[in-house]
Design a binder for this molecule. Sequence first.
Ligand code: ADP
Ligand code: TRP
Length: 321
Amino acid sequence: MRVLSGIQPTARFHWGNYFGAIRQYIELQTEDAAFYFIANLHALTTVRDPDLLRQNTLDAAIDLLALGLNPDHAVLFVQSEVPQVTELTWLLMTGTPMGLLERCHAYKDKKAKGLTADAGLFTYPVLMAADILAYDADVVPVGEDQGQHLEVCRDLATSFNHAFGETFVVPKAKILESTGKVPGTDGEKMSKSYSNTLEIFEEPKPQRKKVMRITTDSRPMEEPKEPETDHLYQLFALVASAAEREEMAALYRRGGFGYGEVKKALADAAEAYFAEARERRAELASQPERVREILDDGASQARAKAQDVLDRAQSACGIKL
Ligand code: ADP
Ligand code: TRP
């Protein structure tokens, strides 16, 4: 079984990205074959600063490795370093109904806001389909928000197979919803678009300041509170040990404590939780040639697989003479 997923290097990764996606990718890396890539071609639809895009792409690779992605188990590569995928995108684009893309939310939402979208954003789901089909992926773990794009991929694969004979493996989505939505510092869903994120590798001092500013309700300290519905507790629960979680939950139910104490405990627990990864990150950041080697090796394995699939697709539709 081949597992594959991609993540866009649009900003530094936050807790939502880690607990909602990256942690599960890392857990799945021992499947038969796991392919993970940094989707820089997708990011180009929003990041228009070349130095920033380059930096974000390398940072994303270093972050994933520091968080436990092991190149001995999983193939890690940069999307644009496999040009077979963009060739395959064209083959799929012919035969993609306009209506299918018009219904896709990234484009639809932008249009609904009265903004003009470019053709890159409009055809984004076709590039994503090529990303998946190029490697004969069986299972694609993604967040709930990407479910629609997986359906597009399945549609395009099925109709190509129908038109030209069995060519593509039709993949299954594995929607990651076990952790639910990670709340941001304002209690809404954590997202870079809402400026309410806690970044994984933010320096401890500024992160502690951010934690101390997390919004809380104004109920009196004496009142007992239900931990599970409080976003401060939800964040704490992600990074605390089981014993610390229980102790904190009991404190909530008993009442008579201040949110300041919880925030301090949260900042301490976060620092401890990511300490090892932070150390690994510093080590990797000081060895850019090692990171480059891992990405080169990943891209060459990915290109070999994608070339096989591209040959198959080109033969099927009559492009290969
Ligand atoms: P953002 O919302 O910050 O723009 P992305 O859309 O780039 O984040 O997120 C990439 C993946 O990270 C998503 O597909 C989703 O799986 C996961 N993710 C992002 N934010 C959260 C969150 N608050 N809770 C759970 N998962 C999240
Ligand atoms: N569109 C995905 C996101 O924004 C990233 C992505 C690109 C992806 N290509 C993919 C995810 C292929 C899974 C499979 O999160």
